[in-house]
Design a protein around this ligand. Structure first.
Ligand code: AMP
Ligand code: MG
Length: 416
């Protein structure tokens, strides 16, 4: 665990987002377990071995268009050329003869290029009269052909190990005639909420209580990632209960995610229990929201102790946890952080020295895109996450934002 540089010494300065993210990722390596699954079952799973193309895709030179297969050398450079149509090639039903000098074959998209022909002329540009076709000048030799192996070459790596399979990958695997692939086993993630004021849904609230929302946002995010989930509920803030929860979680899961009770000066026992049962660093991050976070290991399980505030949970999950889980799942390379520059449509003053993740809504201004703030920005205001479609990422040195300033946004699409 590369967390020695991040002591709990309160005099130490705040840890930057990038440093924390790098420390987390550097300390993790992919799971060892894997299994062979049928193509459909590979959706969302991560390839453990390269998928090698057993033959060319496409397997034969074929036409990209409906038209005529001809020999480019037959064409007159200056005027229309009349060619004799000697047959038809359909997809799956090739023309068996040879295209000789002065001849053409009617051809459909996907049909094999007949022997002798080297060029496809699209049907829209020719004139047909009985068994003759008039081809205008200006055709380029080799046009409108799809070459054998153009998509995937035989023996080549069609998909590299570490690729997470989406719809395109399933199709690609099937296009190679491959029925099963090796994938990493699913990551097992145990998660629970802590805090004496946190109540599970299904019963009325007592005075001072709040319903547990973090377990539901985490459930949603982790489900999207395809993890096997162990939802351990709300654990009361008692040493015996916490100890049992951490013990059970570390036996059953690869990763433990908790929320609440990790900030300094809390009366909670959770920090104490994490420190006693594992090797855990308590970080003060230069981030808003989400300043306190714990990271380490309890026995063989990787531990993320997220803050309690519902927005802070989501911010820290997406900025620190999700990529870490992808790495454990075997994904390589990790997807680059998607960010793009847009104009701010809001005013804000900001403290230097921390990265802020505001909740934003993208809007179209003619051809340009701008971003407005999505509701109140408190770290407990979950409606801002629901209203938003992106994070607005303000770097540590930013002091203020004026309308028209360029800011970076991280769209939720693909993230959530
Ligand atoms: P903490 O980090 O434990 O100090 O919690 C910060 C704030 O988040 C407090 O107002 C908690 O009540 C709230 N909170 C903690 N856990 C949850 C949860 N699971 N669901 C909703 N709110 C929570
Ligand atoms: Mg608390």
């Amino acid at each position: 665990m590369n967390s020695s540089s991040t002591s709990t010494d309160p005099a130490r300065s705040f840890l930057s987002v990038d440093t924390a993210r790098a420390a987390i990722l550097d300390s993790l390596s992919p799971l060892c377990g894997w299994e062979k699954v049928a193509v459909r079952a590979a959706l969302g799973r991560v390839l453990r071995t390269d998928v090698i193309a057993p033959y060319n895709v496409p397997s034969h030179d074929n036409s990209a268009m409906d038209g005529y297969a001809i020999r480019a050398a037959d064409l007159d450079a200056g005027t229309d050329t009349a060619l004799a149509v000697v047959g038809t090639a359909y997809a799956g039903r090739p023309f068996s003869g040879i295209v000789g000098a002065g001849q053409a074959v009617r051809i459909m998209t996907g049909a094999s290029i007949p022997q002798g022909a080297d060029t496809i002329v699209v049907q829209e540009v020719v004139r047909r009269s009985d068994d003759r076709v008039f081809v205008p000048a200006g055709q380029k030799k080799g046009q409108n052909l799809r070459r054998a192996g153009e998509d995937l070459a035989e023996g080549g790596v069609a998909l590299a190990a570490g690729r997470r399979c989406g719809p395109a990958e399933l199709g690609l695997i099937a296009s190679l005639g491959i029925a099963e692939v090796d994938v990493y086993r699913p990551l097992r993630v145990a998660f629970f909420s802590t805090g004496d004021e946190i109540a599970s849904i299904g019963r009325p609230l007592c005075p001072g209580e709040v319903y547990d929302s973090n377990r539901y946002t985490l459930f949603g995010a982790l489900s999207r990632l395809g993890c096997d989930l162990i939802d351990m509920g709300v654990i009361p803030d008692r040493p015996d209960a916490l100890e049992a929860a951490f013990r059970d979680a570390s036996e059953a899961a690869d990763v433990i995610i908790t929320s609440g009770g990790v900030s300094v000066g809390e009366a909670d026992f959770i920090r104490e229990m994490m420190a006693r049962m594992g090797e855990v660093a308590f970080w003060k991050l230069a981030i808003k929201p989400g300043r306190p976070m714990a990271f380490g290991r309890i026995r063989n399980a990787v531990l993320f102790g997220l803050p309690g505030n519902p927005v802070a949970v989501m911010v820290t999950y997406f900025q620190f946890v999700q990529d870490a889980l992808l790495k454990l799942m075997g994904v390589t390379p990790l997807p680059p952080a998607q960010r793009f520059a847009v104009q701010a449509a809001f005013t804000l003053r900001k403290q230097p020295g921390r990265t802020e993740y505001l909740r934003g809504r993208l809007q179209r201004d003619g051809a340009a895109c701008s971003v407005a703030l999505a509701g109140a920005q408190g770290s407990g205001v979950l409606s801002s996450m629901s209203e938003a479609d992106c994070f607005v990422v303000l770097p540590e040195d930013c002091l203020s934002v004026q309308p028209g300033d360029t800011v970076y946004v991280q769209p939720f699409h693909g993230l959530l």
